[in-house]
Design a binder for this molecule. Structure first.
Ligand code: AMP
Ligand code: GLY
Length: 432
């Protein structure tokens, strides 16, 4: 069968790579893709919001399934558009995608269906938001989190223990720094703990978790610096042991399924719960209605099962026939970024060492790359997701960084401590 994958990031490169391993798949087409995806797959230069051209592409290429990678087309209603044309899609409808598109919608959903989450209040008026923040600090809050209510491309969330920073974040939102998203803000209690990403397939009738993973959201080593789209990931996350996964299934996934059924939300795709494991239990920080990036790189590298079969059955409402299986290995993904990201950065530098990096079995998934003459050059903030697996976390780290060391371009930047938290956790466990 032929499959259309929509998107241009490392996540989509990984999805194409994994789909192509399925005996069910004849051809993978990606729109718009990137330089790395184009090395192995047909790419069509169609933007992710051009629903008409994308649907025509799926029809003219006899694509039995379309997989939507990013949140923007999902929140814009691409699934509804494709359904109207009788096309099969892996991805939730517009109404269901609100779970990512609006933080207040997601928060109300979590509260209604008993999904544990941080306490919060939402405001469409700057003065009220400021008053609330002052009140929180007067009541000795450890800090607050200010969130612009809408898609803000990974920006628009301010975690702070300082009242003045929280107040200026609110002012920023209402000034229009995040477009429409900022005219409604959510203010949450500050949670302390370790984060874990749990992705699950859901077809509206059943829900099944994928292997756990952990992202590295901050730019710099030691979880310092500004938030980014994600600087690296590993799977499995030792913090998500069997007991924690049982709790996540019961408190988050089962309640999520019940909630979408009760609310009549048509959800056939991936639900991603960003979870904080605190001393007093788990709390959901956010829902995303798509695969995570770079979590997908690490998770799919460990997937034994046929991704095409799993996605097709999910899209057809037959997920209960799927039993996902995972390699008993660890996978680590290191994101290589353009120097200056997440602020401005220079583009167009030739990247060297891409072939050499894959010699030891690592895979280089492309994100912000483009072919320019004979060179592959950087055109985005996050450029590559170098991913490797090993028998244990140590060997996966060693392998991934030896691959990373082969690659360079001017101003390249990456974290040197991806997955070290997993290593520490395992060391501490042994010492106990
Ligand atoms: P979100 O887009 O809502 O997931 O927020 C982005 C990042 O901000 C999360 O991955 C966390 O690292 C952090 N964050 C969000 N909400 C909270 C919270 N209530 N307490 C502490 N950190 C948070
Ligand atoms: N890695 C975070 C995300 O995909 O939203």
């Amino acid at each position: 069968m032929n499959i259309l994958v929509i998107g241009s990031g490392g996540r989509e490169h990984t999805i194409c790579w994994k789909l192509a391993k399925s005996p069910l798949v004849d051809k993978v087409i990606c729109a718009p893709g990137n330089a790395g995806i184009a090395l192995d797959f047909e790419c069509q230069n169609i933007g992710v919001e051009d629903f008409d051209k994308l649907a025509n592409c799926a029809i003219s290429n006899n694509c039995e399934l379309t997989v939507v990678g990013p949140e923007v087309p999902l929140c814009g209603g691409i699934t509804d558009y494709f359904y109207d044309k009788g096309l099969k899609v892996f991805g939730p409808t517009k109404a269901a995608a609100e779970l990512e598109g609006s933080k207040t919608f997601a928060k109300n959903f979590m509260n209604k269906y008993n999904i544990p989450t941080a306490q919060s209040a939402d405001f469409s008026n700057q003065k009220d938001a400021e008053e609330y923040i002052k009140q929180q600090f007067a009541n000795c809050a450890k800090g607050v989190v200010v969130k612009a209510d809408g898609l803000a491309a990974g920006k628009g969330v301010f975690v702070t223990s300082e009242e003045s920073v929280a107040l200026s974040a609110v002012a920023d939102c209402f000034k229009g720094s995040f477009g429409q998203a900022g005219y409604n803000v959510l203010i949450e209690e500050l949670l302390i703990g370790e984060e874990v990403s749990i992705l699950a397939l859901c077809d509206g009738k059943s829900i099944q978790a994928l292997a756990s993973s952990q992202d590295h959201k901050r730019l710099e080593d030691g979880d310092l610096g500004p938030n980014t789209g994600g600087m690296g990931a590993y799977s499995p996350a030792p913090v998500a042991d069997d007991e924690l996964m049982r709790i996540v299934q019961k408190e988050v996934l089962d309640n999520f399924l019940l909630g979408i059924q009760k609310e009549n939300l048509d959800f056939k795709g991936i639900i991603y719960a960003g979870i904080m494991v605190t001393e007093t239990g788990i709390k959901v920080l956010e829902f995303n209605v798509r695969f995570g990036d770079p979590e997908t790189q690490a998770v799919l590298m460990r997937m034994k099962s046929d991704l095409c079969d799993a996605m097709l059955k999910t899209a057809e409402g037959k997920l209960s026939e799927v039993k996902l299986e995972w390699l008993d290995e660890t996978a680590v993904c290191v994101v290589m970024a353009s120097g200056g990201y997440p602020q401005s950065y220079k583009k167009g530098y030739a990247i060297s060492g891409l072939k050499e990096a894959e010699k030891n079995g690592a895979v280089v998934f492309h994100a912000g790359t483009k072919l320019s003459g004979k060179d592959i050059v950087n055109i985005g903030g996050r450029v590559l997701g170098v991913t490797a697996k090993g028998a244990d976390i140590n060997s996966a780290i060693e392998k991934v960084y030896s691959a990373v060391n082969e690659i360079t371009w001017e101003d390249v930047f990456y974290r040197k401590d991806i997955a070290y938290k997993a290593l520490d956790r395992l060391k501490n466990k042994k010492e106990k």
